[in-house]
Design a protein around this ligand. Structure first.
Ligand SMILES: [Mg+2]
Length: 278
């Protein structure tokens, strides 16, 4: 793909005819999870080997996920259950970026539409309103047990003039067997259609979210890469802060014009190692 030029070949070690792998100089690797490292409860082929190889080569690996229906310790536990060593420090999620969002600075009473495990985390940041009529802000995640009544309550918050903060606006969530689930963005779109209120995004592609990830690891954007399956979340966000970008799999449709262009495009996650010379 187009993008920044490859570093010059290292003739001292690689010989005059062998160019360096394009990501040889990258020391920090952020991997997207849904549709990239895993599909529901199934790990992508060779994902464990890729993470092990990157770590063995001295690189820091982080998991930069838009997941809005689990807490960071649950995401780290799922990685370990599927065979990838990870602690909560390796996982960067929108719920953490929410804590730093300026709209939460005044500790508004929020209405939260999302799963119970995230409600607790939100309640530690700002008061949860007892009724939609008391709420000053809507915070939106993805709750698989959401009902029409929950949607109606969220709409009530917005029609009273509150703003909407979405943990992400991903339209869909890839799971096992090529199936898709409606994402947080699909729920946000329903509320936008009904209210006219457009959400502000906390997670990918928000630049502040990528900056949070870089700060966490003390990394510089010029030597970091984001690897993901979504043009409008992973690639757009990475490009906005000056990271290298790798798109994995069939390009998802982009709602942007022009569509973001990744530096590299590989067919499957297992092909990413080659970009590092692994
Ligand atoms: Mg993804």
């Amino acid at each position: 793909m187009t993008g920044e030029p490859s570093p010059p070949p290292n003739t001292a070690t690689a010989g005059a005819t062998a160019p360096s792998p394009p990501l040889a100089d990258v020391d920090t690797v952020y991997l997207d999870l849904d549709g990239c490292v895993w599909f529901g409860d199934r790990l992508a082929d060779d994902a464990t080997a890729l993470v092990d190889g990157l770590r063995t080569s001295g690189r820091r690996v982080g998991f930069l996920t838009n997941t809005s229906n689990a807490a960071p310790d649950q995401v780290a536990a799922k990685l370990r259950r599927l065979g990838i060593a990870a602690t909560v420090d390796d996982v960067i999620m929108p719920i953490e970026a929410l804590a730093a969002h300026p709209w939460l600075r005044a500790r508004p009473r929020v209405w939260f539409l999302g799963p119970p495990q995230l409600r607790r985390a939100v309640a530690e940041l700002t008061p949860i309103a007892a009724t939609p009529d008391e709420a000053e802000l809507l915070v939106l995640g993805r709750d698989p047990s959401m009902t029409y009544g929950d949607l109606a309550d969220a709409l009530q918050v917005l029609t009273r003039g509150a703003r909407m903060l979405a943990l992400n606006v991903d339209p869909r969530l890839p799971v096992e067997g090529g199936r898709m689930l409606p994402g947080t963005g699909a729920i946000a779109a329903a509320l936008t259609h009904a209210s006219g209120v457009v959400p502000e995004v906390v997670g990918k592609p928000a630049a502040v979210f990528f900056e949070t990830a870089l700060r966490r690891f003390g990394a510089s954007a010029g030597r970091a890469v984001i690897v993901g399956d979504t043009l409008d979340a992973d690639i757009a966000g990475g490009l906005s802060v000056g990271m290298r970008t790798v798109l994995v799999g069939a390009a998802s449709p982009s709602a942007r014009d022009p569509a973001p262009v990744p530096h590299h495009h590989v067919r499957v996650l297992a092909d990413v190692g080659g970009l590092f010379g692994l």
